[in-house]
Design a protein around this ligand. Structure first.
Ligand code: ZN
Length: 277
């Protein structure tokens, strides 16, 4: 049981970069995790309780049943809720959740989670401007970076259609103006043409490969999405810095405004002779 004292030092921030995929961690065989912890897994998927002091004869007849299907650990005498492999590590090593994840990741192969989201990140965190790392979803990046705010409604509509309908393997698509009109609801072909020009020449988010002329007829253009173009990346980062600076100014302003209103309120109340706490 030497590994039980193998304490892990790790903080939440260590997990931010290349966070492991939590769902994949939970799928790691709990019997293998128990074995790595130095716990003897007995035939019939049984084991001795981690709290033998709660048992008669120190759990001489092992009371833990390992549920293979649910990948859970349960002592029927203690009757605590069934434990996941992460719970088991936390319990056995007296470590917290991130430390348990870290311990597992050091011993088992775990694929990384999507970039940009620390373990356990909740939606609340996502509402604020992102400070590090962009997801692989272009619309997500365009919204969070503040680029969307700089696009006209027509640019935004055309871009969303191209991103949504793109073939993921080639990151491109062929689409006629008729279909762009159909999907965006933009009736004017010149509006679409202007949006395509802005997205390619000003923003460098798309590259247009004109379709060939055959028998005097223009074949459909191919649009390649180029969110990795350094020129777009520079514009994205610029928009993000501007948005973040604005957000911070607003935040200071809101704080000052609250203080000002509080002072006014106090002045008003003391003028009317009421005490203020
Ligand atoms: Zn027990």
């Amino acid at each position: 049981m030497g590994t039980l004292t193998d304490k892990v030092t790790c903080s939440n921030s260590n997990l931010r970069a290349g966070s492991p995929d939590l769902a994949a961690v939970k799928m790691i065989d709990i019997e293998q995790v128990a074995t790595a912890l130095g716990i003897d897994v007995l035939p019939g998927h049984r084991a001795t309780c981690l709290h033998p002091e709660r048992h008669k004869h120190h759990d001489a007849h092992p009371s833990v049943h390992i549920d293979r299907k649910r990948n859970k650990w349960k002592c029927f005498v203690c009757n605590d809720p069934a434990a996941s492999n992460i719970d088991l590590v936390m319990e056995a090593l007296h470590v917290d959740f991130p430390q348990a994840i870290r311990w597992i990741c050091e011993r088992f192969e775990v694929p990384p989670a999507k970039p940009g989201r620390p373990i356990g990140a909740k939606n609340k965190w996502q509402c604020r401007p992102l400070h590090a790392g962009w997801t692989s979803d272009p619309i997500d990046v365009i919204v969070r970076s503040g680029v969307m705010a700089k696009l006209t409604p027509a640019h935004w509509k055309v871009l969303q259609v191209l991103v949504t309908l793109r073939e993921v393997d080639t990151n491109s698509l062929e689409l006629s103006y008729n279909l762009i009109q159909h999907y965006t609801g933009l009736s004017s072909r010149s509006t679409i043409s202007e949006a395509v020009r802005a997205l390619s020449e000003e923003w460098h988010m798309i590259m247009v490969v004109p379709g060939p002329y055959i028998d005097g007829k223009r074949f459909t253009n191919r649009y390649i999405l180029t969110f990795d173009d350094p020129r777009f990346i520079a514009l994205r980062d610029q928009a993000y810095s501007a948005m973040r600076a604005q957000w911070e100014r607003d935040s200071v302003f809101r704080g000052e405004e609250r203080l000002r209103r509080k002072k006014e309120c106090i002045a008003l109340l003391s003028n009317t002779g009421r005490s203020v706490h």
